[in-house]
Design a protein. Sequence first.
Length: 332
Amino acid sequence: MNRVLYAMLAVLLGLSAARAAEVEVLKPKGNLEIKLGHPSSISFYDMPAVLTHERLNSNGWNVKSVEFTRTDLNVQALAQGTIQIANSQVMDPVRATQKGAKLAFLMENNGGEFVMIAKNEIKDCKETDGKRFAIHGEASTTSLAVKLWLLNDCKVKPNIMVIPGGENRIVAIQNNQIDATLVQLGDWLNLDAKAPGRYHIIKTGNLFNISGASFWANVDWLRKNEEVATAYLAELLKTFRMVHANPKLLEPMVAKHLPDMPKNIIAPAIKAYLEIVRAWPQNGGDTSILDDTVKFFTDNGELKTAVNTKELVDSKILAGALSKVGRIAGAR
């Protein structure tokens, strides 16, 4: 069947992930050089984007991942146009827009994935009082959320330490340099496999529902490169669908880019991200992660000026991407 016609049928009828992953996205005209920013080193949730870049670069694109040591540096580079798109938690882009940066929310990458972990002798959040507690950075979404939660809900004041990078915080807790921290689910699974029974997850309720990541773009670049941006998002969606249809596709990518992860937990970790974290939504997800994060930090007094989240969303690019690859019936 003609691939263009196939894509049109996908839009009209809705297709399974396996069938939709076969749709070819035509290469757009324009400058195919894109830099995607990451707030830390390449993580588990980045794997579909990395897989997408390998495919695109073999087809004449020039897409690169740029890793930053702090979440705010990632968004600062996006605002300055040093990178064109960023995979980011919500608070840094929102803060930047309040200072005049022209940034737009494009689509979701994954839902909340962070967990609080501690040595076994620390039973709950109240026992973190005075203990060495590591965060990624003072201003990052999850770090700020957990500091507020510990102070306001648990009524404790841990000794807060900044250690950028979840993999570095894992090393720190293993070396007895910290007592508790927050990490991505992939980091926790890695630690638990290497040191089973030595650490545990501390219950935090729904605190980390806002800890997911989303794709943001520089608006000036977006307006000049809509066709390229639309095709790039379509390619990301195609990869998301490929992974949902066949999770094994990610296994060699994880082994290559996260070599410290034990091989026997790679498949379970992918399954956890698909089913628990709700990562890599096949239709691009929704804007609830943006709305919920803004509400949380407004209610906690961290956002002093009202934020209209609808003004931060560029729905045109995702709609265009979905017109190219079709919409998966019954999926997010």
